[in-house]
Design a binder for this molecule. Structure first.
Ligand code: GLN
Length: 471
């Protein structure tokens, strides 16, 4: 008899314990999750495909479909990669395998990770386990919905401007976007290479730290990676004494932040103080004024270049044409959805001769200023705190006709991404019965400090990560 497993509640750490003590085999655990997926994923659509158990002695994991998996279809949520089965594993997938983790399946994403709700997926949106009429966030909404819906103990996402932190916030998960360069991008479907970074989505900060320790570190196949300056420390402790936390003064005037989100954030700052930390005001004027426009030049510019490889020759399905050129045009016209097309056009324009200096070059200069502005803030503070998302999960369809409203979801997550800094989102309460995320930003390689603070706060907040309607 296999003991009943409450996949909604089971943390990865507890699951590891069950397997290590021999109370459950890796196969039984994998089967329990596949059963949960079979029963509940029709309603959530967190997964694009599931995988039978294929070796591994550890616990299962869900991988966002932007991560190449040998022998398992990888589409990045796009029709242009339908049926594409990689012949190699992304480094992060290989590291999970080497750690014994078993692949449960590939999770839904906005097409090429472009979006904030999974509604840009060519395969239909995922739904939020807290309220299936609402989005789980994006682009990594599939992984977030899987973790909060009990369909995976943990998972990996990829984050360009918020795609790990924002869906984690909307689904009541813990999500880490690591320092740029600490996690390999080899084999990760490229969106904007100077921003893309893979990271964990989990139920607890300790789980996130454990998973980060599996994937992080230098990879000879990705020249932008570095060795971690210190080993990952899985956090303990419940105090924040001596920690100085800066809150950007610009948050105050942001009308986009919902009152309920602001209230949960303020309550959390009170807890931060009670735990012994000092809270002060920091100043990030350029980040809030120019972060978004800067991101929406740099990310599409790099995307337009990265997406040039989808030509009907190298990957995925082909639509024939009378000439080579026509074949490529037809393939790209049918294969890409509206959002990648919009960004390819924007990016190609921003990179074209005569406009490069005015747009892409200018945005890169602004980016340098954002890096400096953050560095200055970290001279006085150990961490920076903001809400992760200005809103709670919104109804499916609410922003699909307004790309700019969708872009604004990442208002608070984008600046630190441009600065290459690590960010941790932890659930900090509810607004209208839906999870609110707290974003903690650290200095470069500040993951351990984020884990320590996140863990102490998580204990004080006492958030129940099982969606209310499923308890
Ligand atoms: N929502 C942002 C975008 O559409 C960020 C996405 C991401 O981080 N991949 O670009």
């Amino acid at each position: 008899m296999i003991p009943a497993i409450d996949t909604l509640r089971l943390t990865a750490e507890a699951a590891i314990g069950l397997v290590e003590r021999g109370e459950l085999s890796a196969g039984e655990l994998h089967t329990a999750y596949l059963d949960a997926i079979r029963e509940h994923d029709e309603a959530l659509h967190a997964y694009l495909c599931t995988a039978p158990m294929n070796g591994g002695t550890g616990i299962p994991i869900a991988l966002k479909d932007t991560i190449s998996t040998k022998g398992v279809e990888t589409t990045a949520g796009s029709r242009i990669l339908a049926g594409y089965v990689p012949v190699f594993d992304a480094t992060v997938a290989a590291r999970c395998k080497a750690a014994g983790l078993t692949l449960l399946g590939k999770t839904n994403t906005d097409e090429f990770a472009m979006g904030s709700s999974t509604e840009n997926s060519a395969y239909g949106p995922s739904r939020n386990p807290w309220d299936p009429a609402r989005v789980p966030g994006g682009s990594g909404g599939g992984t977030a919905a899987a973790v909060s819906g009990g369909l995976a103990p943990w998972g990996l996402g990829s984050d360009t401007g918020g795609s790990i932190k924002q869906p984690s916030a909307l689904c009541g998960n813990v999500g880490l976007r690591p320092t740029y360069g600490t996690v390999s991008r080899y084999g990760v479907v490229a969106f904007a290479s100077s921003l893309d970074q893979v990271g964990p989505v989990a139920k607890t900060v300790r789980d996130a730290a454990l998973l980060y320790s599996i994937i992080a570190g230098r990879d000879p196949a990705d020249s932008t990676t570095v060795e971690l300056p210190e080993p990952v420390a899985v956090p303990t402790g419940d105090r924040l004494d001596g920690v100085r936390i800066g809150v950007p003064r610009q948050i105050e005037g942001l009308a986009a932040i919902e009152p309920g989100v602001r209230a949960a954030f303020e309550r959390t700052l009170e807890l931060v103080r009670e735990l012994g930390a000092e809270v002060g005001e920091c100043d990030l004027p350029l980040s809030f004024e120019y972060g978004m426009p800067c991101y929406y030049l740099i990310a599409p510019a790099e995307a337009s270049s990265n997406l040039a490889r989808y030509d009907g020759v190298r990957y995925g399905p082909r639509v024939d044409g009378a000439s080579y050129r026509e074949m490529i045009e037809q393939t790209r016209d049918h294969g890409f959805g509206d959002e990648p097309k919009r960004r390819i056009m924007l990016g190609t324009y921003a990179l074209s001769a005569g406009y490069y200096d005015a747009y892409y070059g200018q945005a890169q200069k602004v980016r340098t200023l954002l890096v400096r502005e953050h560095a200055t803030a970290f001279e006085n503070f150990g961490l920076i705190a903001t809400p992760t998302s200005p809103t709670v999960a919104f109804p499916i369809g609410a922003k699909t006709t307004d790309p700019l409203a969708m872009y604004a979801c990442d208002l608070l997550t984008i600046p630190s991404c441009l600065a290459g800094l690590p960010g941790l989102s932890i659930p900090c309460g509810l607004s209208e019965g839906l999870p609110v995320g707290l974003q903690l930003i650290g200095p470069q390689f500040g993951e351990n400090a984020l884990f320590r603070a996140g863990h102490a706060l998580e204990g004080a907040i006492g958030f129940d990560y099982v969606p209310e309607r499923l308890r």
